[in-house]
Design a protein around this ligand. Structure first.
Ligand code: HEM
Ligand code: HEM
Length: 177
């Protein structure tokens, strides 16, 4: 029996590690008071924000290396050419933002970055103009990222509920064909 197309276990694991981490990274500054209560201080909230952001950057590098080696499965029907192109574009922009957000964060941090309270590094020796440009990008591009994530998740749910096709099962663990 032919196996239905799906992402590899490593790709699925990395996708579902990254997604909740990104949602937490975005939530931390927005609910700073709530998380300060849990973690102790506003500084701890940003220590966690930055540490998780750097972790997501590392996960994205690994993820792209796997993708370049093994590619991605064809979850949409072969005749859905426009949908395939739009999905490819959407995924490419998601990957770009998974790089851009942590990298701009690292560039604009003017104080040492404390990685999970374990060790500190930086700040990177960069000109002030570059720092403030990176900060502008970080705080502006977040909205595009949030909208794209909402659109991406809505499309995945729409495919599952309305189209009943392979798109979501192809990215879900433990689903038997
Ligand atoms: C996936 C990675 C990341 C995402 C999605 C993300 C997203 C965000 C968002 C949504 C905000 C709130 C902006 C606002 O106040 O309107 C923020 C603020 C901030 N981020 Fe990130 N971030 C990421 C990684 C990083 C990294 C790696 C660093 C530093 C090493 C960093 C440093 C900061 C700082 C210092 C602020 C506060 C900016 C301010 O002064 O308002 N971020 N980030
Ligand atoms: C922060 C949240 C998320 C991010 C950053 C994200 C990112 C990505 C990226 C970059 C891809 C492309 C993978 C590749 O081709 O190598 C992808 C695929 C996928 N994601 Fe997400 N995702 C997120 C949340 C979600 C959620 C909540 C769902 C489900 C409700 C979901 C469902 C899927 C599905 C089904 C695919 C495969 C689509 C296809 O190949 O046509 N994602 N995601």
């Amino acid at each position: 029996m032919a196996t239905l197309p799906r992402y590899s276990n490593a790709q699925i694991l990395l996708h579902w590690l990254t997604a909740p981490l990104v949602i937490l990274i975005i939530s931390l500054p927005y609910f700073e008071d709530f998380f300060s209560g849990l973690l102790g201080s506003g500084a701890d909230v940003f220590t966690l924000h930055k540490s998780l952001g750097i972790t997501v950057l590392a996960l994205t590098v690994i993820r792209l290396m796997i993708r370049f080696k093994h590619g991605s499965p064809a979850l949409l029907p072969p005749n859905a050419v426009l949908q395939q192109k739009l999905a490819k574009l959407g995924h490419a922009v998601l990957y770009a933002l998974l790089f851009l957000m942590p990298i701009t964060g690292l560039i604009f941090s003017a104080r040492p970055v404390n990685y999970f309270w374990l060790f500190s590094f930086g700040p990177l020796p960069l000109p002030e103009a570059l720092r403030s440009a990176a900060k502008q990008v970080h705080v502006t591009v977040q909205y595009a990222f949030i909208l794209l994530i909402l659109g991406h998740a809505s499309m995945a749910i729409w495919h599952y509920v309305a189209r009943r096709d392979r798109v979501l099962p192809g990215m879900l663990p433990l689903i038997k064909d």
